[in-house]
Each structure stands twice: as C-alpha cells, then as structure tokens.
Ligand binder design. Sequence first.
Ligand SMILES: Nc1ncnc2c1ncn2[C@@H]1O[C@H](COP(=O)(O)OP(=O)(O)OP(=O)(O)O)[C@@H](O)[C@H]1O
Ligand SMILES: [Mg+2]
Length: 346
Amino acid sequence: MIELKHVSKSYTAGVDALKDINLTINDGEIFGIIGQSGAGKSTLIRCINMLERPTSGEVIINGKDMTKLSTSELRAERRHIGMIFQHFNLLSSRTVYENIAFPLELYGTPKEEQKKKITDILELVGLTEYKDKYPSQLSGGQKQRVGIARAIVSDPDILLSDEATSALDPETVKSILNLLKDINRKLHITIIMITHQMEVIKSIADRVAIIEHGHIIEQSSVLDLFTSPKTETARNFIGSVSSNTLPEGLKNYHIHDERENADDHIMMRLSFRGDVANEPIIAKLARDYNLEVSILYGTVDFIQGVSFGKLIIDVSGSDSNITAAFNHLHSLPIESEVLGYVSGNI
Ligand SMILES: Nc1ncnc2c1ncn2[C@@H]1O[C@H](COP(=O)(O)OP(=O)(O)OP(=O)(O)O)[C@@H](O)[C@H]1O
Ligand SMILES: [Mg+2]
C-alpha cells in the first residue's frame, strides 16, 4: 500500500507545486492521476520514489516512510519501484537487451540470471526479435516497450508512469495500455499512471484522482467519476472523451433556463450504469407517473467492463406527476440533470 499524508512540495523559486496531498493507493490497483500541464503531476509522482523530496508530509510505502530513509535504505526500497517516462529515456549507445540489462547490472545480478530474466521480459513485451537493435532503429511504441521492460525487469511491486503514452499515436497508445494492463494482472504490479489524457484513465485505471494547482480536488473510482463527476474540471476532462454537450440535432430547440409556460416540456439528461441500465426506467416514468416521455438522444459506453449510458429525454405532464417522478428518479442510482425547458411540441 502507498500512502501520501499531508504531502507538500515547494520549489526554491517559491512555487508551491503540491499542497497537502492525501492519497491511499492499494496493492494491485491501477491508479490514475490526471491534471492539466503545471498541475503538479510529475512533482507528485517523483515524490513517491523520492526523485523529489517533499517539503513536508509522509510517503509511506508498505509501512516505511520514504522521507525518513537513509541513502542506502532508499536505494534498496527503490528496487521495488520502476518508472517509465514520456520520452522513454533509453540509452542510445546500448541495444534493447543492454538497456533492459542496465538496472540488473547496477544491482549486481549474475549474468546467467540476467539472461533468463531479460529473455522472459523480452517475450512479455513482444520484443524478442528486436533485442540486438538500437533505440534509433525502433518506433515510439517499441521504445516504450523497452522502457517498460527495463522498469519491470527487477521485479518491482510498483510501476510509476509519467505520461508514458503522451508521445504516441492513438493505436500505439492502445497497445501500450493493453501491455500495462497485462503486467498489472499477470505480475500484480501496482501501477500509478500520471496523464493529462482522460482516454488513458478511462481505458485502464481503477481509481482516479484529479489534481489542480497542486491540490487533489476529486478522487473516486473511474466509474463514479464518469457517472457522477463533482467538479467542473472533472466534467471538462470527461467531456473530452464522452461528449457532455448537447448533440447537434438538439441545438435547434429553443431551450430556456426557466419554465415560461405551464405546458413547457422539460429536457433532461440521465446518466446511469450497467446495473440499472436493464431496468425499464423510461417505461416506468411514463406508466406510473402518467408522463409523456420521449428519448431524444442516447449513448452507451463501457468503463471497467461496466456499461454506462446517457439519455437525453423530453418529459411533459402535470406538475405533481413530474415532482413525484423526479423524487422516484432521485431514489435510483441515476444522475439526473435538467438541461432546460422547451415550449410547444418537440
Ligand atoms: N525543478 C523545479 N523548480 C522550480 N519549479 C518547478 C520545478 N519543477 C516543476 N516546477 C513547477 O512546479 C509546478 C508543477 O510542475 P509539474 O512538472 O509537477 O507539473 P505537471 O503537472 O507534471 O505538468 P506537465 O503536464 O506539463 O508535465 C509548475 O508550476 C512548475 O513550473
Ligand atoms: Mg509532468
């Protein structure tokens, strides 16, 4: 388990990059940390392996406070923490094999054992045939596979990833994310992913924290984040992968914020997850509350294998029936939001 308690980091230039960060990351989890450029993501991840020292607070990994270790104790602990980077940081004068061997050489692993480990890892990352190539002869995705191999060859418990997919094209991003997921499952390595791309969080993270101006402003399971985001920043990040704005076709309706006439229709958005997606919510609203309900727009998405859907519906009926229906909706695990009111027939 990794626990950050009241971690703050100020750089000498007077920049408060992290302010009172509190996070718990469980063993075997893929934990995402998302934020805009300059939010403090790299500083945060570097404070986990003490590449940066927090100005105050504790970083407790498997019961040990990293900030209190001596240099030699820290060196020993770092063996359990691998790291991968946006620009791969490979040694250009070494082959793929020699790059992966690098940490093992530092730890004085016997040559025979090195060979066995590297052969296995090359197989795992799909680079067996490339072992004698140099970094300049590889694609971006292949370079990152070398980076990953080097990070996990010494059997770490934790893998830190600082924007490891940011320099790659979308297809390669997918294959690298699949590889990381594979490593997480097969080798039970806890992965902390720093990114500014919601797509990355959505495809592989279990839980996520949003960092803004050095603060964690929101933290939840990825599914909860998508179905009930609490901050504007979260909604904006989600909007980048699953549109939250009105679909084009609906923009022609004159939607107003206030109810102008008694017979105005209500346009609302419902967000719900797989476990309620099978229930006949719409039919129930129409039948039990005597409302006219039409579905104007709908999407279904998958996160962590759970389906989650969004519907935009138009509702009309008597005030008391609408109030009763809304009360019913609020009792369900569904997010509902009134988008506005529409006069006349829709
Ligand atoms: N070595 C440093 N000395 C002084 N200020 C720094 C240093 N490193 C980072 N900062 C500042 O700390 C803040 C957080 O930087 P950090 O690199 O952690 O952000 P980030 O979220 O990783 O951004 P990006 O997405 O651009 O990589 C920024 O204001 C940055 O300018
Ligand atoms: Mg960064």
